[in-house]
Write a protein that binds this ligand. Structure first.
Ligand SMILES: Nc1ncnc2c1ncn2[C@@H]1O[C@H](COP(=O)(O)OP(=O)(O)OP(=O)(O)O)[C@@H](O)[C@H]1O
Length: 250
């Protein structure tokens, strides 16, 4: 049995002036070595949950640990062992891909040959080596997303958080990103990711949690949760059966 790497207990978040909880008394555990998919309709609370786990926003109540470190007492130590790839690009448009990655690497305390090697290997895997010296502002959305991904991974984190890593990219970019995530996972990084792409999550994730109105409504291996849901043949069937067909416009 693999050990637990993330343990979330009764975590809640109510934004200032909001009259509802975006994450509502949520408990969840993630095992070491998993690719864990957080799925849910728009506004379900996925980004809010990930933002708390990454230390970007403070919970209203509850607690969690990452690799045994408590967010209340060990926030700095947690930052060192996690990687974060947000939805929006965190890159400097007028710097080259290589310069951006050297900058992010140095922020993690990496330097010298080791850093250069990691940057080169990652750019190569993601098909970007020949664009290393081009400015980010000349890159397509799919290329920026791949550089963004490398930036969050240079320090080889124990846990990687990704918020919709394949949104708005073409099939070619998506495939290379998915292959890269699988490779990173095989090298030991636990991955927690959000997506609206259910077929992708079904293929990629060892465990899935569907979230709605800030609560986990089902969790398990994709095959398991399809099996236990009446008349479901795919993750999309499970998703619609549990979250309904109504639009979630706010
Ligand atoms: N900074 C904020 N201030 C107030 N309310 C917020 C804030 N951020 C999110 N919310 C609200 O919290 C709820 C959960 O939002 P969140 O972005 O976590 O959902 P999500 O599942 O990531 O949605 P999506 O799939 O659209 O990205 C929504 O009702 C949203 O409007």
């Amino acid at each position: 049995m693999s050990s637990t790497i993330i343990e979330i207990q009764s975590l809640s978040k109510k934004y200032k002036d909001a009259d509802f909880f975006s994450v509502d008394d949520l408990s969840l555990s993630v095992k070491k070595g998993e690719i864990f998919g957080l799925l849910g309709p728009n506004g379900a609370g996925k980004t809010t949950l990930i933002s708390m786990l990454c230390g970007l926003i403070k919970p209203t109540s509850g607690s969690f640990t990452i690799d045994g470190l408590s967010y209340k007492n060990d926030a700095k130590a947690i930052k060192k062992i996690i990687g974060v790839v947000p939805q929006e690009y965190a890159l400097y448009p007028t710097l080259t891909a290589y310069e951006n990655l050297m900058y992010f690497g140095s922020m993690y305390g990496l330097k010298g040959k080791d850093l250069k090697q990691r940057i080169n290997d990652s750019l190569d895997f993601l098909g970007l080596l020949k664009f290393a010296d081009k400015q980010i502002e000349t890159f397509s959305g799919g290329m920026k997303r791949r550089v963004n991904l490398i930036a969050g991974l240079l320090h080889e984190p124990a846990v990687l958080f990704l918020d919709e890593p394949t949104v708005g990219v073409d099939v070619q970019s998506r495939n290379v990103i998915i292959d890269y995530l699988k490779q990173i996972n095989q090298r030991g990084t636990t991955i927690i990711y959000t997506s609206h792409h259910l077929a992708e999550a079904q293929d990629l994730c060892s465990t899935i949690a569907i979230i709605d109105t800030g609560k986990v409504i089902i969790k398990g291996a994709p095959g398991e949760i399809i099996d236990v849901t009446h008349n479901a043949h795919s993750l999309e069937d499970v998703f619609l059966s549990l979250t309904g067909n109504e639009l979630r416009d706010e």
